[in-house]
Design a protein around this ligand. Structure first.
Ligand SMILES: NC(=O)c1ccc[n+]([C@@H]2O[C@H](COP(=O)([O-])OP(=O)(O)OC[C@H]3O[C@@H](n4cnc5c(N)ncnc54)[C@H](OP(=O)(O)O)[C@@H]3O)[C@@H](O)[C@H]2O)c1
Length: 232
């Protein structure tokens, strides 16, 4: 029997948070299309989710407008977009940083969201509405020194989500942002071996918030900036 739930596009589904989001959405009965760029990551995700018939994996460099259009146009019944693509850098204070790092953070954290919204929101509207979820970060509201490009970009994600909400709320597309602090990922544990991991939030907990924002359970919620900091 065909799923009654809409298909969710998870951009950056091969990442650390991505794995938890894929699992949560698939276990909740959503058909999911996840994008990948690195072949080894595609193979790993395909292994991890072997037997899940609801998962489709699509190659797409989400910095490339044509690749985004092609990936989105191949999805039937699109009703949700979760954009997890992003990055972090901490080059030092502004006078110690170079413009290339600043540019890179803006592009990586903002460009895929714009391209995904541009390609996907009209399709969601024609399918009767949907949900768009973006990932900002706690420092967008509570900055710390040394990561100006990242923090500016994540503040931009918040502004972008609110702009989407203003443009598409009346069309039935809800747009919300989550704000993680430090997520308990293998990469973060490697980078900070002496940290108190009990204060970090497991990706599985954040994935449940993402599933809520994608689902009709959050029907009255749009334009929100939702902290997923845990005790940070
Ligand atoms: N980790 C944290 O503590 C933390 C804290 C606050 C906010 N966040 C945000 O949460 C989100 C997910 O974080 P994460 O830790 O899961 O990140 P991650 O493990 O680095 O995953 C990033 C994902 O983006 C994909 N990606 C990168 N460039 C791409 C491109 N040009 N086209 C298509 N996909 C691309 C990666 O694909 P590949 O795997 O193929 O490279 C990967 O799937 C990000 O927006 C991040 O900024 C994370």
């Amino acid at each position: 029997m065909a799923s009654e739930k809409p298909t969710v596009l998870v951009a950056g589904g091969t990442g650390a948070l991505g794995g938890a989001v894929l699992e949560e959405l698939l276990e909740s009965g959503y058909p999911v299309t996840a994008t990948w760029v690195v072949e080894e990551e595609r193979e790993r995700v395909a292994r991890d989710f072997e037997g899940h018939s609801g998962l489709a994996l699509v190659q797409a460099d989400l910095m490339d407008p044509d690749a985004v259009d092609e990936a989105v146009s191949g999805i039937d019944g699109l009703g949700g977009i979760v954009n997890l693509v992003g990055g972090f850098s901490m080059p030092g204070k502004v006078h110690e940083s170079d413009i290339e790092d600043f540019d890179k953070q803006l592009r990586l954290n903002l460009r895929p969201g714009f391209l995904l919204a541009r390609a996907g929101i009209p399709r969601m509207i024609s399918n009767g509405g949907g949900a768009f979820v973006g990932v900002s970060a706690r420092p967008a509201l509570h900055p710390f020194p040394g990561a100006c490009g990242y923090i500016t970009a994540k503040a931009g994600v918040l502004a972008f989500i609110r702009a989407l909400d203003a443009e598409y709320r009346d069309d039935g597309v809800r747009c919300n942002a989550i704000l993680p602090s430090v997520i308990d990922t293998p990469a973060n544990r490697r980078a900070q071996p002496d940290a108190d991991y009990s204060k970090w939030v497991p990706p599985q907990q954040i994935a449940k918030v993402v599933r809520f924002l994608v689902s009709d359970d959050s029907m009255p919620t749009s334009g929100a900036a939702i902290p997923v900091y845990g005790r940070a």
